[in-house]
Structures are given as C-alpha cells and as structure tokens.
Design a protein around this ligand. Structure first.
Ligand code: SF4
Length: 286
C-alpha cells in the first residue's frame, strides 16, 4: 500500500507495535473516493472553496498515483469514484483515467463539472463508462450566471447539457442556493421546469461556509425555508441523513446540506476519502 495511505491512517488507527502495521478493524470500509484531478478552473465562482486548496494551485495528480490509490482502496471496499476539480475536463488524461478505473472493475464513476468544456471533450467518454455527470448550473439567466461565475459561458453549458442529453448520459444539475440571486420563486420554478423538460435530476445545494466568509454572509439562504416557498417540504423526520431526496414533477430533487461530509463517522468506520490535486489523501472536509 502506498505511503500516503499509511500517512492518512496515522492518527486514525493505533499502530500495532509488534507487527508494525496499523491495527485496522475488519469492518473498516472506504466506500467512496473523491478525486480533485486538478486545481485549475476556467471559472471564478463567487462561492468557490476550491476543495480547500489555493486557487493559484496548478497541480494535477499523476494518473499512476490515482490508479494505484484506487487499487489500494479496493481492498477496503471502494465502490465509487467521483472525479472533480477545479474543472475535471481540464485534466488532459481524463479519458485514459476513466478507462483505467473501469479496468479495475466494479467501481462506479461520477463526474462533477462546471459544464463549459463538455462539447470539447465529451466524445472521449461514453455513457456506459460514467454512472452520472453532475453539471453546475445555478441560474438560467445569463446575467446572473456571469455574476455567479465571473464568466460568460452560460450558452456553452446549456449546449453541453443538450449534447449530454442526446447521448443519453445520466445528468444531474447542481444548483447552489444564493440569497437575492437565485432563490426567488420564479427562478426556482424555472430550473425545475428546465430539468423536468430535459429529464435531468436536480440537486439544490446549501451554500457552504468553506469559501469566502463575506460571500457566505451575504448570500446564505436557509434551504428548507427557501424550498417551502415552492411547496417542496424537506423538513420531515423521514429524512435521516444530510442528503434528502424527493420526487417532484417526475424528477428526483435532492437537497444537499453543507454540513461537513465526515470521513470518520461516530462509530469510527470510514466511508469516504478525498484526493487533492497534489496527490494528498484526506477526509471529506468540504
Ligand atoms: S466551477 Fe467549481 S472549481 Fe470552478 S470556480 Fe466554480 S466552484 Fe470553483
């Protein structure tokens, strides 16, 4: 097993002094790995926390490093790999990486992208290789899109989504709730209708405080109250985790709370890890 995996376990599990190995329980599992392929991004979202790394970071993980980590984690039950960034389609070897992961076998691949480069790169990937592509689209209004992302790429994203739809990818729209920008009733219903029309699933995401705190204070909107405005009631005991899902107008709508995704649950069983663009392995903090 690679050293960084040992480094990660240091402090989490006691070392067995006789054998010099970490004393890891038999039922310890790591189900998912989120890989930030690169620190680079072609957008400048006002709420970006960049996975906790410097925005000026130009690191990209070596493909060999990712593959060997996945091999090692298979031993602990790895089932799901999420490819993200920065912007994952800026990672030159994304095609080779996806094929290599599929060769390892029995691992579902997910991609989270800002959608701007889909039409440039999607021909390299087939829907049979990727379980789901999540595309960030916080508004259907070009002006608001510029305000949120700092770029004028709205039409590229919408065209990219059209391409994905025609190719039958499983698509989810990620919509970060931002007070006074996209949480009015009209905008919320518009994105729901857009998803319904195109058969996309929709994820409403609570703004995280992991990025710029001033942005957080200015734009934070309490999701349950916001979504009640349009008759979506997530405030019920039957949802017992951070990810709440309902069916509405024929699509699946998820509410994703921003409380920290933790690697070590209260009973000490690990469920997810992140790999940063410099190759460092860590738990989910953002
Ligand atoms: S697209 Fe994602 S990585 Fe890029 S600036 Fe926006 S939030 Fe950050």
């Amino acid at each position: 097993m690679k050293n960084y995996l040992f480094n990660y376990f240091e402090g989490v599990f006691p070392i067995d002094e006789e054998s010099d190995y970490y004393d890891i329980d038999d039922d310890f599992t790591i189900n998912s790995l989120r890989v930030s392929l690169t620190g680079e991004c072609n957008e400048e979202c006002l709420y970006c926390h960049n996975e906790g790394i410097s925005k000026s970071s130009k690191h990209s993980i070596d493909i060999e490093n990712i593959i060997s980590t996945i091999y090692s984690l298979k031993e602990f039950g790895l089932k799901k790999v999420k490819l993200t960034g920065g912007e994952p389609f800026l990672y030159k070897k994304i095609k080779q990486l996806i094929y290599a992961i599929k060769q390892i076998g029995d691992i579902d691949i997910f991609i989270t992208t800002n959608g701007t480069l889909i039409n440039k790169r999607i021909d390299e990937i087939s829907p049979s290789l990727v379980k789901k592509i999540s595309v960030s689209l916080d508004t259907l209004d070009e002006g608001k899109y510029r305000l949120i992302t700092g770029k004028s790429c709205h039409s590229e994203v919408v065209k990219g989504l059209e391409t994905l739809r025609k190719k039958n990818f499983n698509i989810e729209i990620d919509y970060v709730l931002l007070k006074s920008i996209n949480t009015n009733k009209k905008d919320l219903l518009k994105i729901i209708d857009f998803c319904n029309l195109n058969n996309f699933n929709l994820q409403f995401i609570e703004l995280s405080d992991a990025g710029d705190l001033n942005v957080y204070k200015k734009y934070y909107a309490e999701p349950i109250n916001v979504l009640k405005k349009i008759g979506l009631d997530f405030d019920t005991d039957k949802y017992n985790n951070d990810r709440k899902i309902i069916k509405y107008k024929g699509i699946i709508i998820t509410l994703c709370r921003s409380i920290k995704d933790v690697c070590l649950s209260s009973n000490g069983r690990c469920s997810g890890l992140r790999m940063l663009p410099d190759g460092q392995l860590t738990d989910f903090n953002y």
